[in-house]
Design a protein. Structure first.
Length: 266
């Protein structure tokens, strides 16, 4: 394994461990509660009916929580996963260029024989590995504890969530990396990335609540991240997967091109 990749993985070790613990622990806790939710589904649905239908639709809580797809989407895919992946993407996507440049560390690897393109490509490979680990952690706690408590989850369908969660995270990571190269500032890049995510989330919610605003959802990454049909029916939206993958790849490639000639003193 290349020295740059080993270094990046070592620097990210604590972050990977703690984010993995959060995802696995949270998923395991909810999976342990699932049999209780399923047994009391009728009472929970009666309570949920007091909320506006549009409000529940906006937060993905359509259908019965006894349905594994509704359960997973409502409590994990629409909640903890976007938060965790945003933390990882903003911290790691802006570190290799913007943060390291600010602290003077970037001069060290670039003073060796390694090219700028290869250096950034290896840090992107590191980002891919981290996202892969976190994407698996997103479902593994649910599956393991679900099996122990007899939840009856379909393992194959839950495993299909991994590439869906990965491409959503990759789109955010790619954008964060590109912003870091463009601004050379972790603060500005992180602020734009987080602000953009919040705006896209609000557009997604607004589009779900008000049909007249539905077209706005097309520019939101959240529009293409829906795990409910994956878990409930075993159906993966390949078009949505391709859109997220294209966003990620385009941002990473553009970051590589720009970084090659970027004036690091500016």
């Amino acid at each position: 394994m290349n020295g740059v990749l080993r270094l990046e993985l070592r620097r990210s070790r604590s972050l990977i461990v703690w984010l993995t613990v959060v995802l696995v622990g949270y998923g395991a806790f909810l999976a342990a509660l699932y049999p209780t939710l399923r047994a009391n589904a009728a009472a929970i649905e009666e309570y949920i009916r007091i909320y506006p239908k549009e409000f529940m639709e906006a937060f993905g809580m359509t259908g019965s929580l006894a349905d594994p797809g509704v359960f997973f989407t409502s409590y994990i895919a629409s909640w903890i996963w976007p938060i965790v992946v945003a933390i990882a993407c903003v911290l790691l996507g802006t570190r290799a260029v913007a943060a390291d440049l600010d602290r003077g560390f970037l001069e060290l690897p670039l003073s060796t024989s390694i090219s700028r393109t290869r250096y950034l490509a290896l840090t992107i490979a590191h980002q891919v590995i981290v996202l892969g680990v976190l994407s698996v952690a997103c479902v593994i706690g649910v599956l393991v504890v679900g099996a122990l408590v007899g939840a009856g989850f379909d393992v194959g369908r839950f495993l299909l969530v991994i590439p869906v969660a990965f491409t959503f995270g990759a789109a955010i990571m790619g954008a964060s990396t590109l912003l870091a190269v463009m601004t050379l500032s972790r603060g500005r890049a992180g602020g734009i990335a987080v602000g953009g995510l919040i705006l896209m989330y609000l557009l997604e919610v607004a589009g779900r609540i008000e049909p007249g605003l539905n077209d706005l959802r097309t520019i939101s990454l959240f529009r293409y991240f829906n795990t409910m049909p994956v878990v409930s029916e075993g159906v993966v939206d390949l078009v949505a997967l391709a859109v997220l993958g294209l966003v990620a790849a385009s941002c990473w490639v553009l970051a590589l091109v720009l970084f090659r000639r970027r004036d690091l003193v500016a």
